[in-house]
Design a protein around this ligand. Structure first.
Ligand code: HEC
Ligand code: HEC
Length: 292
């Protein structure tokens, strides 16, 4: 047992331990630490009494306040389900115009539609519905199959070249590969198609354009229309505008004419409920309104 000593600098006693002339001070734990510990213990005692805390095999101590997070969550889930059932029924029953005229329903269309679109359609049509090569933009207000609510609903229901028995059939023939047009005729019709949207071409080769125009009337007008503005019953696009599904430069158009094109859009009849499909139609119409 070492003899207690008092440190001359701080006035504290030392513990009596000494290492090579260095002695250890016997400093007490500060009072604030004890206060903190005591209040923490008191708090936990109060918490045990008021709140659910201790597990007791199959149950637990419920606490005097009767607070239950599980019940709170299932209550709010129940309320959300009732809420959804209400607006879903209204969207299902009311006409497109009625839903569009109701700001509350359109708000749910925007939030629910965005999720449905992101989960099911965005991989092909892009998150914002702007499409990409081979996948049409759904915001450009140019429609292969028509942009009325009924036409959109039908396209989504049956798909294009899909497995659905009522599917829409899109067949751009392979004029080159299948030998339907000779190479010079391919060049002429290509020049004519280019001239429809590009003024520079129309000035350059009037002879080729005239020949191409005649070929177009014989080979293309049945699907694309005599004026080349497209036909929604064949899913044939307008060739006079600046919107292109597969590209509007000479190379892309030549590739289209040579090998044909058959876009594939899945059927959603068995995968999405009628309400979900109606929400998507309304969402697309809304998207188009805000689109460029
Ligand atoms: C696997 C890719 C793919 C998915 C997924 C897909 N689409 Fe399509 N969609 C296409 C293609 C390709 C076309 C163009 C078909 C054609 O060439 O006529 C198309 C066409 C459309 C059209 C017609 C556009 C027009 O101009 O008439 C609509 C509307 C449409 N899709 C909506 C949807 C919606 C809504 C979803 C999600 C439920 C969806 N698509 C999911 C590939 C897809
Ligand atoms: C049997 C109907 C049919 C005939 C005939 C036809 N087309 Fe098409 N064409 C289509 C369809 C349908 C598409 C869209 C293909 C798709 O969506 O995958 C298309 C697409 C195109 C495209 C691509 C447009 C784009 O936006 O990228 C061009 C260009 C085109 N056709 C030119 C012609 C020319 C030129 C002829 C005549 C030599 C012709 N087509 C004859 C049905 C036809």
């Amino acid at each position: 047992m070492a003899i207690e000593e008092r440190d001359p600098h701080t006035g504290y006693l030392t513990t009596g331990h000494e290492w090579n002339g260095i002695t250890e001070l016997n400093t007490p734990v500060p009072r604030i630490v004890y206060l903190f510990l005591i209040s923490a213990v008191l708090f936990s005692l109060v918490y045990w009494v008021l709140m659910p805390t201790w597990p007791l095999g199959t149950t637990f101590t419920k606490g005097l306040l009767g607070f239950d997070q599980g019940a709170a969550v299932s209550q709010s889930l129940k309320e959300a389900a009732v809420d959804r059932a209400t607006w879903a029924k209204r969207i299902e029953k009311e006409s497109y115009a009625q839903v569009q005229g109701d700001p509350y329903l359109m708000e749910t269309v925007r939030t629910t539609g965005r999720v449905l679109f992101g989960d099911n359609c965005a991989p092909c049509h892009g998150r914002e519905g702007r499409g990409g090569k081979g996948f049409p933009s759904l915001t450009a207000n140019r429609w292969l199959w028509g942009g009325s609510p009924e036409a959109l609903a039908e396209t989504i229901r049956v798909g294009v070249n899909s497995a659905h028995p009522d599917r829409r059939v899109s067949q751009m023939p392979a004029f080159g590969r299948d030998g339907m047009l000779e190479r010079p005729d391919m060049e002429n019709v290509l020049t004519y198609v280019l001239s429809l949207s590009d003024m520079a071409t129309s000035a350059a080769s009037p002879g080729k354009i005239a020949a191409g125009k005649a070929l177009f009337a014989d080979n293309c007008a049945s699907c694309h229309g005599a004026d080349a503005r497209g036909k929604t019953d064949a899913g044939a696009p307008d060739l006079t505008d600046a919107v292109w599904l597969y590209g509007g430069d000479a190379n892309s158009i030549y590739t289209t004419l040579w090998g044909g094109r058959q876009g594939h859009m899945p059927t959603w009849e068995s995968r999405l409920s009628p309400v979900d499909r109606k929400i998507l139609v309304l969402y697309l119409i809304d998207l188009r309104k805000d689109g460029p």
